[in-house]
Design a binder for this molecule. Sequence first.
Ligand code: HPA
Length: 275
Amino acid sequence: MRGGYTYESYCTAAEYIRERIGWTPEIAIILGTGCAPFTERIEDPVVFGYADIPNFLVTTNTSHAGTMIAGTVAGKRVICMNGRFHYYEGYSMEELNIPVHVMHVLGVQTLILTNAAGAVNPAYAPGDAMIIKDHIKLHLGSPLRGPNIAELGPRFFGVSDLYTKVLRDLARTCAGTASLMVHEGVYMFFPGPQFETAAEIRAAAILGADAVGMSTVTEALTAAHCSMRLLAISLITNMCTGVIDEPVDGSEVEGVAAKAADAFSSFLYSIVKTI
Ligand code: HPA
C-alpha cells in the first residue's frame, strides 16, 4: 500500500480531518492498550472512525477502538487516536509511518505516545509508568525505508533528542503529584505478537532495556523524521518472562492496564495541562 504514497496522499487524509474538526490541533496523542479512559476527558469531542479517513489505516486489534477524537483537554486543542497500528497486525514498517505523517501535515507540533509494556527492570512493578528516555530497535526495517518524501522530512535524520528532553523533564515534574509510580527508562521494541522468551529478556537487560513492547518505535522514528516534539510513556502491565517465575499472558496485560487506567489518564491529563 505504502509503495504508492505521495505527499498528496498524506494531504488528502489531513484535509479530511481538518474539514471534520475545523481547527489545527496543537498536540496529537496515540493511546495504547488500556489508555482509552483518557478519551473521557476530552471536551467538545468530534469523533470519527479511522475507516472514514482516506489513505489511513484500519485497526485489526479488538482491544483498540479505531477512532479519532478531536477536542479540548485542559484548554489545549488535541487530537487523540484511540487505538494504534502494529507491525504484528500485518502492516509493513513503512505503512506504520502513515498516522504520524498525517498528523504532521495537519499541523500538529507535539506528539504524545502511550503504550502497555512489560518490565525487564526488576525494580518496576505492574501498574507503574515509565517515561521513555530512549529506545532499542534491533528488528530489521524502518518506517522511513523506501523513497523519501522531501516535503515530510530529510532522507537522513538524527535521533539524538528523539524523546524530547524538555518534555521528559516536564513529565517528571508531573510525576510528583501522580497516583502511580513513575520511572524513566529505555524501551526495547520486539515485533510480537508472541511475548518474548526468557533468553530474549536476559539479552534485553544486558543491552540496557528497562521495558519491552510491540509498538511506539515506528511512530517515534516518524516523529523524528518530520521534526515533531515527542513524549512517550509506557504503562507497565506485567513483569517479563523470566524476570519473575510466572508466564506472561495477554489477558493479564489487559486486566492490569484496565485497573491502572484512571491513574494513568490523570497523569497524562496533568502532562497535557502543563505542556
Ligand atoms: N512484552 C511485549 N509487549 C508487551 C508486554 C511484554 O511483556 N506487556 C505489554 N506489552
